[in-house]
Design a protein around this ligand. Structure first.
Ligand SMILES: [Zn+2]
Ligand SMILES: [Zn+2]
Length: 463
């Protein structure tokens, strides 16, 4: 197939377009500080265009490098040199279909920026590549059709052993989130979304699985439409812990189509805990009901040791449903000094108290009281679940759905602080482990989507 018509840019796209848009993904970012990129056109001839060069067509199997110099970007092949220019674009002459290893090969791309598993690897990418000369390094953008991009996302985020109906639900959610385009991200950069957890993880076609290709093809164009008749900004989180959270307790304002969902079949004991409050919190976190719940994200439905088989291979695996963190007063004071500028002069932590919770038990406000080095009492409030998770852990606390048990010595001073918690992530929208549990227990894509977004409808927005 020759590429004749330009696809619609995702920013211009509306459901009335009735056509598949393209999306621009930042694969090499300015912050990666890359000055030289090695590319192999391993999958067909490509047209190369630059804004200060003549166009050329390079045959399949051409090896080339894009180099950043003081004059601009220069493209070298064994025979030719192009540039300098400040923008270069490589367009395959024929559309490359989704298949393992298909597309243009780019050497040594960083994955998992800033995480402990950060690594460099070769990637193969469908669609076109664009190279932009930025002050800190070359920015490489993958301009790709949305459905092809989604296969790469599903492959990178989920293991190929996942039940296909669960993968389909992930496709619908990822597609909806992208098409809704409500989150302002990377606004001053030459791409729409990056290839990491900051947006959605995407690693091209290298590990592309048949199940990911089937899941995307089986849901082509299918999205969630919210009660206001717009594409639903479909948030999701790793594990809700039994009940999903309302948007107002996570982002401070309601969002159409995001509601609190009891993540279990009818009749399950978790229904008794809606909403989670200070008075039922202990039982929610540690009650006897946990031995027989069939909550979709519970370890009875998705055993802890099977999670690594289903979730992306770079995720940390632990018990997401119920967890424990313990601090000595010293440790927590050290954490506060490091994470909270106001607490730099802390001399003795006196109290920690959750003062507001959402329906899933997630703390949305937490009060800290301490004595500073001058002997004055200070009070500080963390006023979002995000801040609470950020401050109360060296890395990031699993979730803010926790109970605090403070043990004090005979002198009334805090000795230890024990956090017993539920779930992983903000907990609003689809619960990934719960959706996996639904897939494992025979639910299809419609049932999974309608369970987590009961106010939405499923609709195919392009053929
Ligand atoms: Zn991003
Ligand atoms: Zn859940």
């Amino acid at each position: 197939m020759n590429i004749t018509e330009e696809p619609i840019d995702i920013h211009q796209w509306t459901p009335a377009s009735r056509a598949e848009p393209s999306v621009r993904i930042g694969v090499i970012l300015e912050s990666d500080q890359v000055d030289r990129i090695h590319v192999v056109l391993q999958d067909g001839a490509c047209r190369v265009t630059g804004n200060h060069t003549d166009d050329v067509t390079l045959p399949s199997c051409t090896d080339l490098t894009v180099e950043r110099t003081d004059e601009g970007l220069i493209l070298h092949t064994a025979e030719d040199t192009l540039g300098p220019t400040d923008r270069l674009r490589i367009d395959p002459q024929e559309k490359i279909d989704a298949a393992r290893g298909a597309g243009i090969l780019v050497r040594d791309i960083v994955a998992g920026r800033g995480f402990h598993w950060q690594k460099n690897a070769d990637q193969t990418l469908q669609g076109s590549l664009e190279f932009v000369n930025a002050p800190g390094g070359i920015v490489m953008v993958n301009d790709i059709l949305l459905e092809d991009y989604l296969v790469g996302v599903i492959t990178a985020e989920m293991g190929s052993a996942c039940p296909v109906e669960f993968l389909k639900a992930q496709c619908v959610v990822a597609r909806s989130w992208l098409l809704a385009m409500t989150e302002p991200k990377h606004e001053d950069e030459p791409f729409d979304r990056c290839n990491d957890d900051c947006c959605q993880r995407y690693q091209g076609t290298g590990d592309m699985s048949k199940s990911a290709i089937d899941a995307v093809r089986g849901t082509r164009g299918l999205v969630l439409i919210d009660p206001k008749n717009k594409v639903l900004d479909a948030n999701y989180a790793k594990s809700c812990g039994g009940i999903s959270e309302l948007a107002e307790h996570v982002w401070g304002r309601p969002k159409p189509g995001i509601s609190a969902v009891i993540d279990a079949p009818k009749g399950d004991p978790v229904h008794d805990f809606m909403p989670v409050t200070e008075s039922n919190l202990d039982a929610f976190l540690n009650g006897d009901w946990l031995s027989h719940t069939r909550a979709y994200c519970s370890t009875h439905v998705v055993p802890v040791d099977s999670i690594s088989k289903y979730l992306g291979r770079v995720d940390e695996v632990d018990d997401y449903f119920r967890w424990d963190v313990k601090y000595s007063r010293d440790e927590l004071e050290g954490l506060l000094r490091d994470k909270l500028p106001e607490a730099e002069m802390i001399s003795e932590l006196r109290d920690v108290r959750v003062t507001s919770r959402g329906v899933s038990g997630r703390a949305s406000r937490l009060e800290l009281r301490w004595i500073d080095e001058n002997g004055n009492e200070q009070t500080h409030t963390l006023d979002s679940e995000y801040r609470i998770r950020e401050v109360l852990h060296r890395g990031f606390l699993y979730s803010s759905a926790f109970a605090l048990t403070i043990r004090r010595g005979g002198d009334g001073k805090i000795e230890t602080i024990h956090l017993r918690g539920a779930g992983w992530g903000h907990g609003a929208g689809l619960c990934q482990i719960g959706a996996l549990g639904m897939g494992l227990t025979g639910h299809d894509v419609d049932a999974i989507c309608m369970h987590y977004y009961p106010d939405a409808v499923l609709q195919a927005v392009y053929p």
